[in-house]
Design a protein. Sequence first.
Length: 201
Amino acid sequence: MPILPRLLHNPRFLIGAHQPGQWPPDVGAEVAFAGRSNVGKSSALNTLVLRRDLARTSKTPGRTQQIVFYLLDEDRRLVDLPGYGYAKVPESLRRHWARVIERFLRTRSSLRGLVLLMDIRHPLTPLDRRLLDWCESTGLAVHILLTKMDKFSRSKAHQNLLQVRAELSTRGNAISAQLFSSANRHGSEEARDRIVRWLED
Ligand SMILES: Nc1nc2c(ncn2[C@@H]2O[C@H](COP(=O)(O)OP(=O)(O)OP(=O)(O)O)[C@@H](O)[C@H]2O)c(=O)[nH]1
Ligand SMILES: [Mg+2]
């Protein structure tokens, strides 16, 4: 059994916010999960805290149309952001959530870092790059999970990781990246370590 850091022992649902007025007070520290719709954000969150259904997951893309806040302790939180880029969500709604996510990333002073999930089969889409640009402009730390790596052989997955890292190294801010899978929990210790260090710093 993996050793779960104490901070991740007792996560609790706080609120699913449809608008910024519902966000909890911007104090303490939080880490957010972002990425394309259906990439596996909610699954990763569950995997990292060893809970099967804390965050709601779905085979239908575009499921999380809220910003969901989870309390880890009195002043530390994990945040599940709505997925972006799902073509079947109406354009106006997509634009709305893009603005809300951007506002969240730009204005939350308790935000210590962003976990950005990308499907290892198609990493660094145009919207992923745009998100990285925002983070670069605000100086927000980013850690990338190349997820669903169980869909690839280890060697193919590793090859893709090196390619992504090579591209990231040309950017201004330091961005780390690793392989991840919620299906077999590969990479969960490395990801937990990153998140806990952000929250405890
Ligand atoms: N094979 C595999 N499937 C995964 C993995 N992670 C998630 N999935 C599947 O991908 C689908 C979407 O997972 P979610 O966690 O709901 O994705 P999400 O990013 O939260 O989606 P939205 O909230 O709609 O943006 C589900 O069917 C999951 O079971 C993984 O690491 N490997
Ligand atoms: Mg989700």
